[in-house]
Design a protein around this ligand. Structure first.
Ligand code: GAP
Length: 593
């Protein structure tokens, strides 16, 4: 393993350990040995997540006039998952190990070198017998005896108690088959030969109702987005909005991930923050505005314009989301992956993954997709309920078009359909029928979907904030100091409040007063134990950006000019300033919210 890889693992281990030690994240059901791919957030983790959730909700809904919120249920009619394609296609291709039946994602198998060994079966002195031809990879550099020991242990593990002790298992008819280079046909952990790739659906099945028959099957939602599509018409009809507008939702999602990994990065239960931003089809924009703005490098994305088509809206949301990440301290660790036409689903026009630097590599934090009208059209088709909107402005503008202008629009669309490299082109009759409805002001809106994961975001800010430095104390002893440089907006505790000494009632009373004043407005922590340096260090370790110390000056012992002032310490610069208690809230609130 390279030094870089070792350092990354060590860094991740330190973050995981800090998360447990200080109450950010625990393994779910830890006292029972855990529950794979599921995590619990402790007191500080819950605050961190709450801050991230609020930052998203406020930026994406409350502070905008064109986005509304939704809080839909996790369980829905299973027909939704059929219409969305999740029942048929939300699957990973998996391969099964012939020795252990352990599955691995087909695209997660790294190439390996070695010699293929084959056995016709195994027996043990208990009378147990295994009549199955198996093969495994003797990796380059691995001793044949340790390979056999490994194979015996894996077989014993799989067979259970009846096989007896692993070292007493006899492997039958060993054969050296072939030397292989760069083979992806062996399980990365066990070395057992892998079977054919088969699809494995990631949705978690459950039953609605007491009979638990196949007719009652439904799923825990694998994404929050579909509820937005399913409720699109209700929100539209009840909220007096006009396209373009969006619906945002935050909530739990569940995926039976085959290989949950990298702490909370890929979990089986997680939270998503999704926006479905509904826009007019480009043809409607062209009819109303006479043109569709084309995107070019440096285009002004600050304010949406009526002539924006899907491309400008997509770029706009990438820009908005980037600004959001800058606002929570992740600006300088982001990268972008623009999916190529080969990566894109047949209905998608563009998709960009916002990637973030984690200790284990640069990985996806959020995806922003331009999905056309695929989702609403699917639900319209499967539910047989109209999900069209009526646009008066469009109808009026279309009425002014000459037949030639209308035909030119149709021809342009037919040419685009004919040029499609993925999916079936829309038949001409359907194109003409679609335009007929469009010219009357009716269409199914298209959508831009910025979809982020809250747990990944929390992990990203923790990883970015984590730092360690070595210090030598007064006694010459080296110690490692951990600081979380969390952005004040997301930090779980905003201010630590400390009386300089706990045995001075006047200091304690004043500190309690300051604590009571601040805690109504932000999450604060009161601490009077240990030296003041120790207390600062404890707060630095959990990312508290500010410390307020109440000392003798506060009580007026060093003159009236310092009466009712406190020391305000800034975590990152170590700077300390004298602030009047009456100015404290006004100074801190804008920094933490
Ligand atoms: N509606 C689109 C959608 O769900 P996705 O790329 O599958 O798209 C969006 O998921 C985001 O949800 C990802 O970028 C990631 O942040 C988060 N996410 C997806 N699967 C996850 C998992 N197993 N664990 C944690 N977060 C996950």
């Amino acid at each position: 393993m390279s030094t870089d890889a070792k350092n990354s693992i060590a860094q991740m281990e330190k973050i995981v350990s800090l998360c447990k030690r200080r109450g950010f994240i625990y393994q779910s059901s830890e006292i029972y040995g855990g529950c794979g791919g599921v995590w619990d957030y402790g007191p500080l983790g819950a605050e961190l997540k709450r801050n991230l959730r609020s930052a998203w909700w406020n930026t994406m809904t409350r502070e905008r006039e064109d986005v509304l919120g939704l809080d839909a249920s996790i369980l829905m009619n299973p027909a939704i998952w059929k219409a969305s394609g999740h029942v048929d296609t939300f699957a990973d291709l998996m391969r099964e190990c012939s020795l252990t039946n352990k599955r691995v994602r087909a695209d997660h198998v790294e190439p390996q070198d070695g010699v293929v060994m084959k056995y016709s079966g195994a027996t043990s002195p208990t009378g147990w017998r295994w009549d199955r031809t198996v093969s495994g990879l003797l990796k380059n550099g691995e001793h044949i005896e340790s390979f056999r020991k490994r194979i015996r242990a894996l077989i014993a593990q799989n067979a259970g108690e009846s096989a007896g002790k692993p070292e007493e298992i006899e492997l039958l008819n060993e054969e050296k088959i072939d030397a292989v280079n760069g083979s992806v046909d062996f399980h990365p952990e066990t070395g057992g030969a892998l079977g054919e790739a088969r699809p494995f659906n990631l949705m978690l099945k459950t039953y609605l109702g007491p009979t638990a028959t196949e007719a009652d099957v439904t799923y825990l939602r694998p994404e929050t987005a579909q509820a937005i599509f399913a409720q699109f018409k209700n929100v539209f009809d009840s909220s007096r909005v006009k396209v373009p507008f969006g619906i945002g939702q935050i909530g739990k999602a569940f995926r039976n991930e085959v290989t949950p990994k990298n702490f909370t990065f890929r979990s089986r239960e997680f939270e998503q923050m999704e926006l479905e931003f509904f826009i007019k089809p480009d043809e409607a924009v062209e009819i109303i505005s006479g043109e569709v703005a084309a995107w070019s490098e440096g285009a002004d994305l600050s304010e949406p314009k009526p002539n924006w088509g899907w491309q400008m809206w997509h770029r706009y949301w990438v820009d908005q989301r980037t600004k959001f990440y800058e606002g929570i301290g992740l600006g300088d660790v982001l990268e972008y992956y623009w999916q190529t036409p080969a990566d894109l689903a047949h209905y998608a026009r563009a998709c960009v993954d916002i990637l973030c630097e984690f200790p284990f590599g640069t990985e996806e934090l959020e995806g922003i997709a331009a999905r056309g009208d695929f989702d609403l059209s699917q639900h319209q088709k499967h539910s047989t309920k109209s999900l069209e909107v009526f646009d008066e402005e469009l109808k009026t503008a279309a009425a002014k078009l000459t037949p030639e202008q209308k035909e030119a629009l149709i021809q342009k669309r037919l040419a685009a359909e004919a040029a499609k490299t993925k999916g079936e082109p829309m038949p001409e009759a359907d194109v003409r029928a679609w335009f007929e409805r469009l010219f009357k002001g009716n269409y199914v809106p298209h959508v831009i979907e910025p979809s982020a994961g809250l747990d990944r975001m929390a992990l990203a800010v923790l990883a970015k904030a984590f730092s360690e430095t070595e210090k030598v104390d007064e006694k010459g002893k080296k110690e490692v100091i951990t600081v979380l440089h969390l952005h004040p907006r997301v930090a779980p505790i905003k201010v630590g409040v400390f009386p300089l000494l706990k045995n001075k009632p006047e200091l304690v009373a004043k500190a309690r007063e300051v604590y009571a004043l601040l805690k109504k407005h932000m999450n604060c922590f009161y601490d009077e134990t240990a030296s003041i340096g120790r207390r600062y260090a404890r707060q630095d370790e959990v990312g508290t950006p500010f410390g307020v110390t109440i000392d003798f000056e506060t009580c007026g012992e060093k003159g009236p000019e310092l009466l009712d002032t406190v020391t305000l310490r800034h975590r990152d610069s170590g700077e300390q300033e004298r602030v009047k208690i009456s100015d404290l809230l006004g100074k801190l609130l804008p920094l933490v919210s």
